[in-house]
Design a protein around this ligand. Structure first.
Ligand SMILES: [Zn+2]
Length: 160
């Protein structure tokens, strides 16, 4: 798809579409990412792969010469489901790619903790954090935990 075609469609939108979570934009279609090393049908230049991230597994190919974007079967539809199809021009920016890398690092750290703790204890820790966050004494509870774990601070400070 030449970027000019994308932009003439994009200009018809009144406002950017809010991106949907992976769960909201549910998808049961299996996508097959194309092989690397493909060339642009317009000018024969190599296509550069860009990871979409944000819970989307595939890459999008973009021509380094003309800027044309090449989507494999089902990829545009998947972007639509997540309402990310109007962000196509952003996926190739360095800030988008930096966010994709940040998300990948976070996921890798999470996976490491899940492996170390086991799934059920990891879930329990996440649920505990949620419980604390939603508690009306959500500043007192971490202080109490700190006291119980390390004996840090006087418990008297927690009381009015
Ligand atoms: Zn090209």
């Amino acid at each position: 798809m030449p970027m000019a075609a994308y932009w003439s469609w994009r200009k018809t939108l009144e406002a950017p579409l809010p991106n949907l979570d992976a769960e909201q934009g549910g998808n049961d279609v299996e996508l097959i990412d194309s092989e690397a090393g493909k060339r642009c049908p317009f000018d024969g230049a190599f296509l550069i792969r860009h990871k979409v991230g944000h819970g989307i597994d595939f890459h999008i190919d973009r021509c380094g010469r003309c800027g044309g974007v090449w989507l494999d079967a089902g990829e545009w539809e998947e972007l639509q489901r997540r309402q990310m199809h109007d962000d196509l021009h952003l996926i190739f920016t360095s800030s988008w790619q930096a966010e994709v890398r940040r998300q990948r690092r976070t996921k890798a750290e999470e996976d490491l903790l899940v492996r170390r703790l086991g799934n059920s204890d990891y879930k329990k820790a996440v649920e505990t954090k949620r419980w604390i966050d939603s508690h009306k004494e959500n500043e007192t509870l971490p202080a109490l935990l700190g006291f119980l774990l390390d004996g840090i601070g006087g418990i008297g400070e927690l009381l009015p």
